[in-house]
Design a protein around this ligand. Structure first.
Ligand SMILES: [Zn+2]
Length: 431
């Protein structure tokens, strides 16, 4: 059968179950037709790309990227900016422009999927219902340049929420869309704040003697915790995936209490700054995932030490323990808090894990956090995340093979081209 596109003459990391590395890839109707020796799929109308020894990876999936916010701020990120100026996203045109600009940024980085973590009726600007509606409008017209998973938000971003608002929100139908481009079947809950702001809910003590609190509203601490557990329970029963922003170990514990004996649902903790090794093991047993941000961890360790002391800071963001626990782990940027460049994040994760020199097993393991594991978090591992016949042809072409380099060198490896569903969304003609 002849292909629409044949890519050959390079190193193609399939990230299939056997970690097969092949030299070529054939694409037909947006899906992978074959991998390996693919010349037989070249027909008169086939576009052929000779990689000239360059490398193909499955498309990168950033499982925590505030894309509309990033598009509105671009090229600025929060932690790099000297002054904090919030962009205006007040109408349909500006929301659409922000999403499309984010799509361009993603395409240039090889990102073919992302999770937009928190859009909904309680928010304004870059996190508003208007943004969600614009995603649906763009998806219906096939104008999105990356596949998008949305967590709906029925409270404020980094702010309060109430059980009645949450319950009401769960009952409102999400916008209709082709789920391979726009999947809206999850919710975001903000359990607490962050340790540097002294708002993570923890057993440790801030300098003023406080221990943080839940953002979920209630008459007292026990009521807040009960309301958080009820939110998680309601979503779970509704078959809706939950991503809980939880940085303090007490917030993690509240989620664990609900889900410990309720498997399925692919629920996950976002950030998990102070999660303990014991909690990681219990999360693994319950199938609860974690999406962590290595660059933020590196940038914030000093601030956590100031807030909670050096010992707590030294144990924060236990990435090695997260890997060892076997829980579903994804790594993500949280852009535009920091750069959306996954190459920088991967290098930072490798450094955190003490990696030096060339370490292909580690780099492959880390890359899986941005590909196959992220697809699993999306509930989409049967159709994306690896380059296997039948799955969507989402991939990027890199100037060099990351598995042959020290992870620290990865940020200097150029992304040459990006394809989503077999369609090139970035890069000039790859000769
Ligand atoms: Zn975030």
């Amino acid at each position: 059968m002849s292909a629409d596109l044949v890519v050959l003459g390079g190193t193609v990391h399939t990230f299939d179950q056997r970690d097969r590395v092949v030299t070529g890839l054939a694409v037909r109707s947006g899906r992978v037709l074959a991998v390996g020796e693919v010349r037989r799929h070249i027909g008169p109308a086939t576009r052929v790309i000779d990689l000239g020894g360059r490398t193909v990876l499955p498309g990168i999936n950033d499982s925590h990227l505030h894309a509309a916010w990033m598009g509105a701020r671009w090229p600025h990120t929060l932690l790099e900016d000297n002054e904090f100026v919030e962009p205006e996203v007040t109408d349909v045109d500006s929301a659409q422009e922000a999403i499309l600009r984010a799509g361009d940024v993603c395409a240039a980085l090889g990102i073919t999927s992302y999770t937009e973590p928190g859009l909904g009726p309680g928010e304004t600007g870059c996190f508003s219902q208007t943004v969600l509606e614009q995603y649906a409008w763009l998806a219906a017209r096939r104008l999105l340049r990356a596949r998008v998973t949305v967590l709906r938000l029925f409270g404020r971003l980094d702010g309060p929420s109430t059980l009645p608002d949450f319950a009401r929100g769960l009952l409102t139908p999400p916008p209709r869309a082709d789920p391979s481009w726009l999947a809206v079947n999850g919710v975001k809950i903000f359990a607490d704040g962050i340790p540097p702001m002294r708002t993570a809910w923890t057993h440790h003590c801030y300098p003023d003697g406080s221990k943080g609190a839940l953002l979920v509203q209630g008459v007292d601490e026990a009521d807040r915790a009960a309301n958080l557990r009820m939110m998680v329970e309601l979503a779970h029963l509704a078959g809706v995936q939950v991503g809980v922003h939880a940085t303090g170990e007490r917030s993690v514990e509240a989620v664990l209490e609900v889900l410990a004996d309720r498997p399925g649902g692919r629920h996950y903790i976002v950030h998990g700054d102070l999660v303990t090794p014991d909690q990681l093991r219990r999360m693994a047993a319950a199938g609860i995932g974690l999406t962590a941000q290595p660059v933020i961890a590196a940038a914030m360790t000093g601030a956590v030490a100031e807030a909670l002391g050096p010992e707590v800071a030294a144990r924060a963001w236990p990435l090695a323990e997260a890997f060892d626990s076997g829980l579903p782990l994804t790594l993500s940027s949280d852009a535009p808090v920091v750069t959306p460049d996954w190459r920088v994040h991967l290098a930072s994760a490798a450094e955190r894990l003490g990696s030096k020199g060339v370490d292909p097993d580690l780099v492959r393991r880390l890359l899986r956090c941005w590909t196959t594991a992220a697809a699993y978090q999306d509930g989409a591992e049967d159709w994306k995340g690896s380059l296997v016949p039948g799955k969507v042809a989402d991939f990027c072409v890199l100037a060099a093979d990351p598995l042959t380099l020290p992870a620290a060198d990865l940020p200097s490896v150029a992304v040459l081209a990006t394809f989503v569903g077999g369609r090139q969304v970035f890069g000039a003609e790859v000769a």
